[in-house]
Design a protein around this ligand. Structure first.
Ligand code: SAM
Length: 214
């Protein structure tokens, strides 16, 4: 366990505000969820790599009618989720296993700040799984942290590498990220490329098959 989880468990009831304050320095998750909801209707949402449920909670708030499923390879996903549990399900399962279950497909699949945590060999396969889990007219939203040169990037790297204790962290350049999308989501177009506050490093790609619009 890295230093981050150790400290977080000791914070008790202060864990959620501390985790929120920490994350807000890098990404405004409310902004991301409302950006998606303003442009993309969805009734069934999957989040691959949902973590503690922080973004899942925002998605459930931004999509008050939608059913949400969050999966993660880590144990106890959705641990900090405080939203509507009647519409949200969390499972500790890799995306490949969910594909094998052949579940009802999803019209929005989100992959937020996960690609840079994946080993190189899994980056395209996880995106392939997102395709297999999407409806024909579904949307895949990939948000990641673009590698940069400034102080913000140095802080993000230190946070992910040393605070979370994840040794596989490697942030992609914008070109690398677009390369993963091209290889992992064949037949999909970039419907939207956007920057999410407060840092320009936050790049969002909304991917969909041609001929399908919101
Ligand atoms: C920075 S967290 C992001 C959590 C959430 N998406 C959010 O934005 O609040 C990255 C997550 O990716 C997960 N992850 C790493 N490898 C994964 C894999 N192969 N499949 C699914 N999730 C994975 C980690 O366990 C971690 O919870």
């Amino acid at each position: 366990m890295g230093i981050g989880p150790t400290i977080r468990h000791k914070l008790g009831r202060f864990e959620i505000p501390a985790a929120e304050a920490y994350r807000n320095r890098f990404i405004n998750l409310d902004d991301l969820a409302t950006t998606l909801a303003s442009a993309l209707p969805a009734k069934r949402i999957l989040e691959i790599g949902c973590g503690d449920g922080s973004f899942g909670q925002r998605l459930c708030e931004a999509y008050p009618e939608a059913e949400y499923v969050g999966i993660d390879v880590a144990p106890d996903p959705g641990r900090l989720f405080r939203g509507d549990t009647s519409r949200a399900t969390f499972r500790s399962i890799p995306s490949s296993e969910l594909v094998a279950e052949r579940p009802q497909l999803f019209d929005l699949v989100c992959i937020v700040d996960v690609v840079h945590h994946l080993p190189e060999s899994l980056r395209v396969p996880v995106l392939n799984d997102a395709v297999a889990l999407s409806t024909e007219d579904g949307v895949i939203a990939v948000k990641d942290w673009e590698r940069g040169a400034g102080i913000a990037h140095a802080m993000a790297f230190a946070a992910d590498r040393y605070v979370t204790g994840d040794k596989t962290v490697r942030f992609p350049s914008r070109e690398e990220l677009r390369g993963y999308l091209a290889a992992g989501l064949p037949g999909y177009d970039i419907a939207l490329e956007a920057r999410i506050p407060p840092r320009r490093n936050n790049v969002l790609y909304v991917m969909r098959r041609p001929g399908h619009s919101a």
